[in-house]
Design a protein around this ligand. Structure first.
Ligand code: GRF
Length: 208
């Protein structure tokens, strides 16, 4: 059984997709053992509570500096002791020490086809604003392992989504979530839980 910790910041629709995926049997051998939110009062916390998952708020604002927040974050993760950490719309830069310790055990969902529209400054709605500004006809989402670089870890799954005339960042964001994020994140977790993938030379390959 793969024990996963899901880190969130806001709406938690990706968290919901994981909860639903487990319930429906589309994600097997997986249990959500905890949720960490860096914001109070967000919908993600309601979703966790409704599903009976223990949730904790750890906000950088409650700590004197980033080092203290990082220490508390690491301590909490260790207490929960997950096999896999899923960053599902988590907007806090996670401690480097944690990334090193949990090498190939942290996954992130990013709302573009990496390496397009990713890296510093590309988060949330901004990703879709930039895609529309550039006029791309195809965008999408990517699930990847997290390494020390920003959005640079081995890619697990990607799914393209069409950009349509008249799209606003909000409309495009919703389409990318519905058509890509809520599909590939649960699938990636199921693949990891069932030992179907491995990382070789910084690339994800399917096991024979
Ligand atoms: C998603 O678009 C995710 O890709 C991005 O932040 C958003 C989070 O949405 N990093 P939600 O909280 O899962 O609804």
């Amino acid at each position: 059984m793969l024990k996963i910790l899901v880190c969130v910041s806001g709406g938690g629709t990706n968290l919901q997709a994981i909860i639903d995926g487990i319930k429906a049997g589309n994600i097997t051998n997986t249990e959500i053992v905890g949720v960490i939110s860096n914001n109070y009062g967000v919908k993600s916390l309601e979703r966790a509570e409704k599903a009976g998952i223990p949730a904790t708020v750890l906000s950088p604002k409650d700590f004197a500096d980033r080092a203290q927040f990082n220490e508390a974050f690491l301590a909490k993760v260790k207490e929960i002791n997950p096999d896999l950490v899923v960053l599902a719309g988590f907007l806090v830069r996670i401690p480097e020490e944690f990334v090193k310790e949990y090498s190939n055990r942290i996954v992130n969902i990013h709302p573009s086809l990496i390496p397009s529209f990713c890296g510093v400054g590309y988060y949330g709605l901004k990703v879709h604003e930039k895609a529309l500004e550039r006029g791309v006809k195809i965008t999408g989402a990517t699930v990847h392992f997290v390494n020390e670089g920003m959005d640079e870890g081995p890619i697990i799954a990607q799914k393209p989504v069409a950009v349509e005339d008249g799209d606003t960042p909000e409309v495009l964001q919703k389409r990318v979530m519905e058509q890509a994020e809520w599909v590939i994140l649960p699938k990636a977790i199921d693949d990891i839980a069932n030992g179907r993938i491995e990382v070789v030379n910084n690339k994800v390959i399917r096991k024979a």
